[in-house]
Write a protein that binds this ligand. Structure first.
Ligand code: 5GP
Length: 336
């Protein structure tokens, strides 16, 4: 089997995908974005990594947000994104999104629309929902969490966790807030060390989230420091690694100089993810291909990484067994 075909056909697990950032230009078109908006989106998405900054990347989300302002468009957006992941053989998807209020839609309506699309999905893919707390919406974090907890009680099999995201230059991590979420049975995944902010990173690691996203400025060779890295090693928290996103936002210098190399070298837990595949023009199969190209991860390494990722998911034990079997059967069928 050709390597590209391997990456596409492997039953994959995606743990870090933001709903609105995952919308393709084609989906945005179907959701009513004008040609002008689409070309702005694509022009920005096509810019060379060095021309972009994290702040510029954040501007791109406005395009998708302008196309998902009511319940029907949120429903359709969720449906399209799930279908796109399914079409590249993602077997398990944890989709995350920030509940958003618009003129004719409450945050609860937003969540209901996403859940309706997940429940209506008739494809062979397991989909779970993580609800994001936007760090730049500081004043509403508490209120947002209350809503998430309420919705989780209503949909315990779909809503599995809480994410902390949004522009890392804004807001601060509040351990009390996430402890409350944890006490209510929610899993916690936190964007961590996307920019250099040692004080916050230390607090996040001491909190011991179930997973962290990006982890860019942790290792001393990548802007972290020895005590932060030691703290990370003590926790051994799985990393959601988003190669293309980090390179595109300029937080990693290049694919070759990406901090993932430290995880590989030290046999630390990680999984490859897309982050915002619409914004960054990628998909999970491509991310696997990049890990092969730049870090020499063989098909066997990538299969093993996917198998390990099963244990990092927020799925039930039963679902984990199903995923393990899918992967085992696929390996046997494809003789490797
Ligand atoms: P949404 O939550 O609206 O479905 O997806 C887009 C949102 O996810 C963005 O507005 C932003 O808050 C968050 N997001 C997407 N990608 C990133 C990222 O790379 N880093 C951080 N910190 N937040 C992100």
């Amino acid at each position: 089997m050709e390597f590209e075909q391997f990456c596409n056909l492997l039953p994959k697990i995606e743990l870090h995908a933001h709903l609105n950032g995952s919308l393709s230009a084609f989906s945005l078109q179907k959701l009513g974005c004008s040609n002008e908006q689409i070309s702005e989106y694509q022009q920005l998405a096509d810019l060379q990594a060095t021309e972009k900054t994290l702040n510029e990347c954040f501007k791109l989300f406005k395009v998708a947000h302008s196309a998902t302002k009511n319940q029907q468009s949120v429903y359709l957006a969720t449906k399209y994104v799930i279908e796109d992941f399914f079409n590249e053989n993602v077997a398990y998807l944890e989709l995350r999104t920030t509940p958003r209020e618009e003129q004719n839609m409450t945050k609860a309506d937003y969540i209901e629309s996403v859940i309706r699309a997940i429940k209506d999905c008739d494809k062979n893919i397991i989909v779970k929902l993580l609800l994001s707390i936007d760090r730049s919406d500081d004043l509403k974090c508490e209120e947002n969490l209350e809503l998430i907890i309420k919705m989780r009680q209503k949909y315990p099999n779909v809503i599995k966790g809480v994410d902390f995201s949004g522009n890392p230059y804004n807001g601060t991590f509040d351990p009390k807030l996430f402890q409350k979420a944890r006490n209510c049975g929610l899993f916690i995944t936190l964007h961590c060390a996307e920019i250099k902010n040692d004080e916050e990173v230390e607090e996040i690691l001491k909190f011991r989230p179930d997973r962290i996203g990006h982890g860019t400025f942790l290792h001393p060779n990548f802007g972290g420091n020895d005590s932060i890295w030691k703290l990370y090693l003590d926790t051994n928290i799985p990393l959601e690694c988003c190669l293309t996103s980090n390179v595109a936002c300029g937080t990693a210098k290049s694919y070759k100089q990406h901090h993932l190399q430290e995880w590989i070298k030290n046999s630390l837990p990680f999984t490859l993810c897309t982050d915002d595949k619409g914004v960054f023009g990628t998909n999970l199969s491509k991310e696997l291909g990049l890990a092969y190209q730049y870090f020499s991860l063989t098909p066997t390494n990538l299969w093993e990484m996917t198998q390990k990722t099963v244990s990092y998911t927020f799925a039930s034990d039963e679902e984990k067994k199903v995923l393990t079997k899918i992967l085992q059967d696929w390996k046997v069928k494809n003789h490797f």
